[in-house]
Design a protein around this ligand. Structure first.
Ligand SMILES: Cc1cc2nc3c(=O)[nH]c(=O)nc-3n(C[C@H](O)[C@H](O)[C@H](O)COP(=O)(O)OP(=O)(O)OC[C@H]3O[C@@H](n4cnc5c(N)ncnc54)[C@H](O)[C@@H]3O)c2cc1C
Ligand SMILES: NC(=O)c1ccc[n+]([C@@H]2O[C@H](COP(=O)([O-])OP(=O)(O)OC[C@H]3O[C@@H](n4cnc5c(N)ncnc54)[C@H](O)[C@@H]3O)[C@@H](O)[C@H]2O)c1
Length: 476
């Protein structure tokens, strides 16, 4: 591209999942599209998020099995190699070339808005009709006096560790802390998690409890309702001081206490884009912002931080922007924490008795696949409204993320427990959890007094009908 750049129909800021999907969507519609990325295209998910963390979890599970069978310790260099291999296998789909093949231009540099319709990238001026902000987020910093940066990592830098830390302390109790904590414990690190309240607080307590027990079984030590208020240098690492006066030595400290949006320095104030109190961009259901020409998607917005949401929301934003549509994003948001057991949830996860919701829970001791796998620590719970409409639920267990797809479909399309109960599920699968919970709900409805009476009438009528020839014979 040259100094005579056209006025772009859509300027996309950020080349993570949201930016890539947004740019490709707009370009495929024929809109003049440019994507600006300050670093590598692919974003958090590819380089430092989903892809490396799920590969690490898989390698750690393998390491646990191998150690149990042979006593062999994992080779951390091979684990790292596997992570980099997974990234480089997936990377082409997020590359400059792939984005350009869709018809969008790609510019490398840090973008900031200078005025409505005008932005700067490294001294170059870009003019645009509309923009999609997809600048994502970054790990939130923690002010811990005395904590040396050389022993501190975040989800962005932990992948640079060349040796397995002997003692890893994690500050935080969300999905990042739980997934990475379990993986490093299974690889052989002595892991301590310092958690302000409980772990996985967004999930139902039984789910968080099962994950906590599984992590403890893998050797993770929990210091809950604790906070770190200071640190000093120690041999090979740091000594952390806790608010209760305890001290804890660590070789590496992982800060996993939430993420913050990348909105600073973008110049959004010059565009009149409203942010919430945490700096995230406020969007409506069309992914529009308070400026009708500016759209946003992904972790930079007030929506939950998930790759699938970033992609879907960006696609809706780009379509609305370049085609002038008013498509709205779906409210059904599935989520999975990929610990072992996995925790998967969608929609409403707690029954509201005031609204006559009911919860149907099947514990996985009663799911044959879980029994055959010796993995019965889990459950499937459906939250059901009057007339059997499925509102949401939680699944805990192996492959819970896969079983969740059916529940997400049910919630999105307003299916009922009768719809699920009437659909034959293959045996033996973990999906039996959803099926059995739905069957339990339908069966419980059949036990209701009115229904029992109606069924009783049917049985008697049928009996009467079948006995008709005998009655006729005796009458003759
Ligand atoms: C360890 C970890 C594990 C995760 N696991 C999962 C998972 O299993 N499943 C799941 O759904 N989600 C997971 N997530 C969340 C997921 O990674 C994010 O929700 C997703 O990547 C967000 O995509 P995004 O496009 O909004 O942002 P990003 O991927 O962060 O992309 C934003 C891009 O914008 C660029 N940028 C920022 N400012 C500017 C600027 N001024 N100019 C130019 N470019 C700029 C950045 O360099 C970056 O490349 C995980 C996250 C982490 C940290
Ligand atoms: N499997 C997945 O989909 C997946 C995996 C990882 C991350 N993510 C996404 O990334 C987001 C960020 O993850 P996260 O785990 O960093 O954040 P989070 O916001 O979910 O959890 C942060 C945790 O840190 C704790 N905390 C905050 N300040 C603390 C302090 N000073 N001391 C001790 N504990 C403190 C909080 O109580 C909370 O438990 C998630 O919300 C999720 O949307 C998704």
């Amino acid at each position: 591209m040259t100094a005579q750049d056209p006025i772009f129909d859509l300027l996309v800021v950020g080349g993570g999942t949201a930016g890539i999907v947004g740019a490709k969507t707009a370009a495929r519609f024929g809109a003049r599209t440019v994507l600006v990325e300050q670093d590598r295209t692919g974003g958090d998910c590819l380089w430092t998020g989903c892809v490396p963390s799920k590969t690490l979890l898989s390698a750690a599970e393998h390491a646990k099995t191998t150690r149990a069978l042979t006593g062999e310790r994992p080779d951390f260099a091979l684990v790292r190699k596997r992570i980099f291999a997974a990234i480089s296998t997936i990377e082409p789909i997020d590359s400059h070339q792939s984005i350009e093949e869709s018809g969008a231009a790609v510019i490398q540099g840090v973008l900031s808005f200078s005025a409505p319709g005008v932005a700067q990238v490294g001294g170059r001026t870009i003019r645009f009709r509309q923009a999609l902000i997809a600048t994502g987020g970054a790990p939130s910093g923690l002010e811990i006096p005395g904590l040396n940066a050389s022993v501190t990592v975040t989800s962005e830098t932990i992948w640079e560790l060349e040796r397995l830390p002997a003692r890893l302390t994690i500050i935080g109790g969300g999905p990042i802390a739980c997934e990475l904590g379990q993986a490093f414990a299974r690889l052989g690190s002595e892991v301590t998690m310092i958690v302000r309240s409980g772990i996985l607080v967004k999930e139902v307590p039984e789910a968080a409890g099962l994950v906590r027990a599984a992590l403890e079984a893998d050797g993770v030590r929990f210091l809950e309702n604790s906070a770190v208020y200071g640190a000093t240098a120690a041999d090979h690492g740091t000594r952390l001081r806790l608010d209760n006066g305890d001290e804890l030595d660590a070789d590496v400290v992982l800060l996993a206490a939430g993420r913050s949006p990348r909105t600073a320095g973008l110049g959004l104030d010059r565009l009149g884009v409203e942010l919430d109190e945490t700096g995230r961009i406020v969007t409506d259901a069309r992914m529009g912002t308070s400026n009708p020409r500016i759209w946003a998607a992904g972790d930079v917005t007030t929506n939950p931080d998930f790759t699938h949401l970033a992609g879907v929301h960006a696609s809706v934003a780009a379509s609305n922007a370049v085609l002038g549509l008013s498509r709205q994003v779906a409210g059904t948001v599935p989520r999975v924490t990929f610990t072992s057991p996995e925790v998967a949830a969608v929609g409403i996860t707690v029954a509201d008795p005031g609204l006559k919701h009911r919860a149907r829970t099947v514990w996985h001791e009663h799911i044959d696949r879980a029994v055959t796998d010796d993995a019965t620590a889990g459950f499937t719970r459906l939250i059901v409204a009057k007339r059997g409409k499925i509102l949401g639920g939680t699944i805990v267990g192996p492959r819970a993320g896969e079983s969740l797809a059916e529940l997400a479909l049910a919630v999105q399309h307003g299916l009922t427990t009768s719809d699920i109960a009437g659909t034959t599920h293959a045996y033996p699968t973990y999906a039996d959890g959803v099926w059995n919970a739905a069957v339990a709900d339908v069966r419980a409805n059949l036990e209701a007094p009115l229904m029992r009476r109606a069924i009783g009438v049917l049985v008697r009528v049928r009996r009467f009908w079948l006995d008709r020839p005998a009655r006729q014979r005796s009458a003759r």
